[in-house]
Design a protein around this ligand. Structure first.
Ligand code: SIN
Length: 496
């Protein structure tokens, strides 16, 4: 108890009520049916922040039923009315961005400036879909026979279940919930057990914005399978949207098959970052740092494999390693920190294993390669590995940490083959100047998102999503609304 009080003071929140511990079901914060709770920790200090309701399948049933009742009302609101409520939710997120970001940093570890960026990024989906709510356009199709008229209307899918990750505890919720609510669906979400507090804070603001009870529900849990099973087996739930690993995504897809749910899957990646001989090297280094070390390397679009053409390899790795070493590491709440802790011990152990494997197979460690500070620290130093090869695990594995293996290549054909030699297909980045080659490479990369001379593909206005084993569907942009709409054909006969 004393520890929790300390954390709240340290957080210096203007709105202490944003820190909730109950599940949010049918517009109320409630304890779990079992009355069980689970602890949430600060990954930088290891301190417990809060004990949160530990929901199970029974709680999920109640939340799904309340979402089904709310759906009957919410779907009848006009798009304009839903949009106004969403707009208010957006404004509240912006007004309380500092508090939301502080909660996010405390439970997830990313630097405060990045957390503020995430809150703004997340809120931008709510703003965007508040506008899109009234644009669920249908179609009129010329009849195929003289007496026929054909129309296509778009209707909300129904109750949506969403399972969201710890690496973006706020934005991955709004990226799903905003289009769902705009379309007229209602939602039950299960946030990660590592970061439920950001989800609950969004729920406080949802009530304040006027989102009716049952339209948005949050089920914190330490028992993901129990909630996941209920969500996937329920006939009331008509859609599942998931962001997380490819392995869990495949399991959920199998589970959704029995009730033939609509699905959106935003899964793992193995992003190539290619630098051709004619690239602006300083810009490429800057881009590689931004794309590799964002959130301590813990995003699904983070650079995973850096490929550098032989003519500039030595210059690039020298500059890249220097810039990596200059990152400021530490407590995400401290000014100027650019790399915080990884989220949990398992994550640190996994990157350490990948680094050891690469070094044992001949990689040269230019910086990093170990934890910062004592053996319990979850901060892993930014690590650059030169002379990486395709035999190493870092070539095939999603690293999800601040480790950058750098491969050398000779030709465009070779690097395209290497870049595409993975079951993943989420994001890819490349730098160069030759226009014809830029176009050829953009077309040749088997990825859902490609950045040319840039290090980011993430924005509300562009479709986010992968191909191959990186996922199904797109989030954000004008395409994002479609994921929560069903198309209905209306065939009108007998018009003579
Ligand atoms: C993710 O890592 O899942 C999302 C990253 C982003 O939206 O940029």
């Amino acid at each position: 108890m004393i520890r929790q009080t300390y954390i709240v003071i340290q957080m210096n929140l203007k709105r202490t009520d944003l820190l909730q511990k109950g599940a949010y079901i049918n517009g109320q914060f409630v304890q779990a049916d079992s009355a069980k709770t689970f602890p949430v920790y600060n990954p930088f200090s290891g301190e417990m922040i809060a004990e949160v309701a530990d929901c199970n399948g029974d709680d999920a049933k109640v939340a799904i039923d309340s979402a089904a009742v709310a759906f009957k009302i919410w779907r009848k609101f006009t798009g304009t009315k839903r949009g106004k409520i969403l707009r208010r939710w957006y404004e509240l997120q912006i007004e309380h961005a500092k508090d939301l970001a502080t909660i996010l940093t405390i439970e997830q570890g990313k630097p405060l400036a990045e957390s503020v960026g995430e809150i703004r990024y997340g809120a931008s989906f709510v703003e965007w879909f508040a506008e899109e709510a009234r644009r669920a356009y249908g179609d009129v199709i010329p009849g195929h026979q003289r007496d026929k008229r054909i129309m296509v209307i778009k209707q909300p899918v129904g109750v949506v279940a969403a399972i969201t990750p710890w690496n973006f505890p706020s934005a991955m919720i709004t990226r799903k919930v905003a289009p769902a609510l705009a379309a007229g669906c209602t939602v039950v979400i299960k946030p990660s057990e590592l970061t439920p507090l950001s989800a609950l804070a969004l729920a406080v603001l949802a009530t304040e914005a006027g989102i009716p009870p049952g339209v948005f529900n949050v089920l914190p849990t330490n028992d993901a399978p129990s909630i996941g099973n209920e969500m996937t087996s329920s006939r009331i739930v008509r859609k599942l949207s998931f962001t997380g690993s490819t392995a869990v995504g495949k399991l959920l897809l199998r589970q959704c098959a029995d009730t033939v749910k609509k699905v959106s899957m935003e899964l793992g990646g193995n992003a190539p970052f290619i630098v051709f001989d004619d690239a602006d090297i300083d810009k490429a280094v800057e881009g590689a740092i931004a794309s590799k070390f964002r959130n301590a390397g813990q995003t699904c679009v983070c650079t995973n494999r850096v490929f550098v053409q032989e003519g500039i390899y030595d210059e690039f790795i020298k500059k890249f390693a220097e810039a990596a070493e200059n990152q400021k590491i530490g407590d995400g709440l401290k000014d100027g920190v650019t790399i915080g802790p990884m989220v949990e011990e398992k994550a640190v152990a996994s990157v350490q294993h990948l680094v050891e494997d690469a070094i044992s197979q001949g990689a040269t460690q230019l910086c990093g390669g170990k934890r910062h500070g004592d053996k319990d620290s979850l901060i892993y130093l930014p690590t650059v590995l030169a002379h990486a090869t395709t035999e190493m695990k870092v070539f095939h594995t999603e690293i999800f940490g601040p480790v950058a293996p750098v491969f050398k290549f000779k030709t465009e054909e070779e690097v395209l083959r290497l870049a595409n030699d993975t079951p993943y297909g989420l994001a890819a980045y490349f730098y160069g100047r030759d226009y014809a080659r830029l176009w050829r490479v953009a077309e040749g990369l088997e990825y859902g998102m490609v950045a040319i001379n840039g290090s980011s593909v993430s924005t509300t206005v562009a479709p986010f999503g992968g191909i191959k084993e990186s996922g199904i569907g797109r989030e954000g942009s004008k395409y994002g609304l479609e994921e929560y709409l069903e198309m209905k054909q209306i065939m009108w006969a007998g018009i003579e």
